[in-house]
Design a protein around this ligand. Sequence first.
Ligand code: F0G
Length: 423
Amino acid sequence: MSSLQVCAACGDKLHELDPRARCDCGGLLEVRHDPPPVTGAALRERFDARMGSLDPLDRSGVWRFRELVLPSAADQVVSHPEGNTPLLARAPIADWTGIAGLRLKHEGHNPTGSFKDRGMTVGVTQARRIGSRAVACASTGNTAAALAAYGAQAGLPVLVFVPTGQVALGKLAQSLAYGAKTLLVRGDFDACLRLVQQVADELGVYLLNSINPFRVEGQKTIVLELLQQCGWRVPDWIAFPAGNLGNTAAFGKALAEARVLGLIDRLPRLAAIQAAGAAPFALGFQEGFARRHRVTAETVATAIKIGDPASWDRAVRSIRETNGVVATVTDAEILEAKAIVDAAGVGCEPASAASVAGVKALRARGIIAPEADVVAVLTGHVLKDPGALLSYHRETEPAPAHANRPIEIEPTVAAVAAVFGRS
Ligand code: F0G
């Protein structure tokens, strides 16, 4: 089996190993694979059988679905492994949203703590296949952490471009730890993305932002794996935070392909959730996507602080094809949702909590029915952003409703008893 890259704008076809980040016409590329030898129930059984296998490729939650990811790469894969993230049901979180059947697909359980590992195992595998001399990305932090780790594993030099002063501490620490050349750009994420595209073109470095079509192939497996965990029964809704729109694009592609191949017989509706201060895609949705919007982004959820998302056209298609919605939530709603998710013992970073806040908001607006079967994707780990956490619990005045203030005491039993009595 092999694959092709097809330009979504002009239809030009590029070889699977062509290193260009975009088509020469400027359009985004899309990967298409030869159809797998089996479809429908037989393909489901093949994927399910691999869950009990000891083969390292089968044990990756990305490469288990390799016929739909990158079938011809099997012997060159750079895998941690990744994926195999849990699908959780937690009553306090479900109750808070008003959706009893809510489940959480926790992508923070990936090796570098976010869903980005799913795209990077494929992107870095491809970088190695085409003989790249170095790899690069712009990032709000998680993409950089994932590329730094997978690039290190592949022995490739890594260049990451992040907006100075706007990256959560855990993510910045990871990029440094994994040895990436970390460039703190005086500008926002959108400026970083423009710069890295120029650098990739002019310096011949392989670009691994989510406009890279091989990353999209890896990120599709969030949806494939969650469908598999649902016994291939399709939920009514999948909700997730949306920034640069890579996931929005990947989820729509995964679902369309899953239906064509008979893995599923209907589509869930997608709910892409943006922070109110970084919501160009939600603006577009309100106008039926009549035109592309760009904004100057501002939100506490730094992962999705993006004003000019790159995968706009692909994401529009995903929303249209799934009868999806794009909604916004305020920073206060994000922080409250995060406090609920954290206090349930689950934990996630601020951007991830946007999906849970979005489910509650869409329930309140009557768009999601109370009995609906909903999966919300938690995209990143609670330790990614300790700064936002400590500020909420320790520093915000007056204390937010769910703040858990630390208490400093003298080293005496009496002091403990006084605190204990109080609670
Ligand atoms: N959640 C988290 C934790 C993220 O890191 C990102 C994106 C998103 C959601 C949004 O996903 O861009 O596919 O719409 N982070 C990118 C980065 C931009 O550089 O790490 P998207």
